[in-house]
Design a protein around this ligand. Sequence first.
Ligand code: NAD
Ligand code: UD1
Length: 309
Amino acid sequence: MSDTLSHSLAGRTILITGGAGFIGSHLASALVGDNDVRVLDDLSTGGAGEIPDDAAFIEGDVRDRETVREAMTGTDIVFHEAANPSVERSIEDPIESNSRNIQGTVTVLEAAREAGSRVVTASSTAIYGAPETLPVSEDATPAPSSPYGLEKLTADRYTRLYNELYDLPTVALRYFNVYGPGQSGGDYSGVIGIFLEQARAGEPITVQGDGQQTRDFIHVDDVVRANIAAATTDAVGEAFNVATGESVTINELAEAIRELTGSDSPIEHVEGRPGDIRHSRADVSRAERMLGFDAEIDLEEGLQTLVNQ
Ligand code: NAD
Ligand code: UD1
């Protein structure tokens, strides 16, 4: 990612929950050179090897009040990434997902209130469910179609409430579908990591349902930029879409990955997923206007660099 933006946050003490995971570890790597970075992660899906050497690592659970309180001491900013990020897992085990995504967020916000630390929370496009119009703006009526979406909506609203009630500087970032290096290709991973792994192994590329569902894919470097902008903005108490404003169908994505990897993998349609969002594309104007954030990497360029790695 561009050096200019990562250097715009310097000399701070920063806690990244979920910093051993896909997005959190990219954030930690971008910030560790100029800041004192701590990572709190229970390694449930993340890996300790992803945490940059110069970051302090605290192995623990964001639902544990004492652990979070201690980890938060003396911090200026917390980026709250720790969660169950999988829609599928939330459907299989809603109680566990609810606890990680809601209890975890309230525990982080409460500790931040005590420490006086700014909070930037990872929210999601999943809160919108099936929006009435596309592109979807932040003012759309949320209609989550999975426990995950409902949990993220609650976390998003709690984040705002802590600003309204306690005057804590908070921002919720509604990421759309994030991809990039380091996204593992396991069963519960994002679709791009899965398709790449399948294409490289010459295995069938498994499109769930008719493949006409759409997603607005954003590169993780852009998500890091959005977080840095949220860490310094005056527009607190707000929620912002973090996306490109463009979308593709999952069929188009499967084709593009097959072509870019030169793979012979067949594209195989398998059963669709319950709770799956049909269409997703963001109105990105609020983030542009108020955060000064604009995604820089389009899907074609992002996929090309990913394949070349
Ligand atoms: P990830 O699974 O790679 O990272 C999540 C990290 O949180 C992991 O390292 C995991 O071990 C840790 N974690 C989970 N529960 C924890 C707990 N109770 N205590 C401490 N650590 C815990 O997922 P990701 O894709 O990097 O997602 C990061 C955040 O962004 C999540 O909040 C997710 O909901 C949100 N998000 C992701 C996407 C996407 O497309 N990847 C899109 C929208 C929102
Ligand atoms: C993802 C994120 C979630 C985030 C949300 C925002 C992960 C694991 N989940 O969920 O944290 O809040 O974006 O939209 O990163 N698909 C296939 N074949 C596969 C896998 C997936 O066709 O093998 C399809 C799915 O049916 C879905 C689409 O690809 O329609 C995207 O799936 P996925 O990458 O899991 O993302 P979301 O469910 O959107």
